[in-house]
Design a protein around this ligand. Sequence first.
Ligand SMILES: Cc1cc2nc3c(=O)[nH]c(=O)nc-3n(C[C@H](O)[C@H](O)[C@H](O)COP(=O)(O)OP(=O)(O)OC[C@H]3O[C@@H](n4cnc5c(N)ncnc54)[C@H](O)[C@@H]3O)c2cc1C
Length: 404
Amino acid sequence: MRVLISGASVAGPVLAYWLDRYRFATTVVERTPALRHGLGGHAVDLFGHAADVVQQMGLLDEIVAARTMIEELTIERTGGRPVHVDLRRLYAGMSDQHVEILRGELTRILSAATAKATNYLFDDSITSLTDDGAGVDVTFEHAKPQRFDLVIGADGMHSNVRRLTFGPEESMRRHLGGYLAVYSTPDLGTGMVTHQSVNRLVATYGVRQTGQSRAAFMFRTAAELEYDYRDKTQQKRLLAREFHDYGWRVPQLLEHLEAADDFYFDAIAQITLDTWQRGRIGLVGDAGYCPAPAVGGGTSLAIATAYILAGELATNGPAGLRSYETKVRQMVDRSRAIGPKVMGSIIPGGPAALRLIPLAAAVVPRLPTPIQRFIWSQNAVGKALGSTPLPDYSRQLQGSGRAR
Ligand SMILES: Cc1cc2nc3c(=O)[nH]c(=O)nc-3n(C[C@H](O)[C@H](O)[C@H](O)COP(=O)(O)OP(=O)(O)OC[C@H]3O[C@@H](n4cnc5c(N)ncnc54)[C@H](O)[C@@H]3O)c2cc1C
């Protein structure tokens, strides 16, 4: 079967890799002009199942070697002493396996593993999809029209395939009441340092490979902001206005805002669509069920669900789009519960939370691991991390000669 995947970030390459292992012919169309440079993007986490999947792909060691190596978080407070958090112990308390890596590094490693077998079309985008029940006719901005057996949208929170197939984003987006901005700055130190106030958070962390740092800002607003998502200048002005009176190191960080060419700004929002397939077209990762950037564990969800989608398509053919939906539903539902909780625990909603968050962050990693595991297992994060077991498709399919 010929499968077209839109998006070459996390879900797209993982899906392409496994489909190739199951003898599908894969094409990936990606809007950016070339594979993202390895050192771009923000830091993302791989937990549990996601680490299992990349291990089965033979990539875990390479991913671990490329990790951020940020091991301590310092929470600075106005009028209080800084709190130091041992991140290794915090993550070990959450899950047996955790790796933090820049998204660009992850994409580079995942895509390299698919480069030989997958046909990549860069600097292009799908313009129309016509599903006649036996296949999908696809037109592109640049490439010639082609017909595929299946088309999968792995093109992120603002998915193009989702818009073309399911309609405009507004009706399927749940705003969690916050915004997020990230950009590169000159070196500000290697560790991670945060400063919180009611409804606002600022963080910096070092990128060891480049000697640069990233500045990250999160804030809540009572009402959704009006802005053009393509207009970076407008978004930079918005961020500067929001933080102009913040103090701490913010004036220094804002000095680098105008020159930042990797500025990212988006709403902390979820995609609430509850079906991820229509005919021969499907969605995977943030495109189908973004659990909210930076607070929802979207990277691990994208990797685990892309693996399941490939396995279901190999097992059931096009009907695998429906069985995939059934298999990942619990994982998706649980992941959707994470974002609002994590937002509450990192952006203080009031003075009490402002006092409590640093204390909890300092105390929890010092508890014995079984007690930490118990604490995590009682909340949404723990439930999502430990949900649905991953099926072993390779063993099932190798027996019938359908897997390499
Ligand atoms: C600032 C920030 C911080 C984050 N922090 C974390 C974290 O700490 N932990 C965590 O687990 N997750 C985090 N995330 C979320 C994580 O990045 C996503 O959940 C994950 O990358 C989802 O992968 P994906 O492949 O589904 O989508 P994406 O990574 O969004 O990739 C979509 C791809 O599709 C491409 N594309 C878009 N439109 C088109 C088009 N029209 N045609 C072709 N290609 C297209 C894009 O260029 C991109 O390559 C964070 C996200 C952000 C923005």
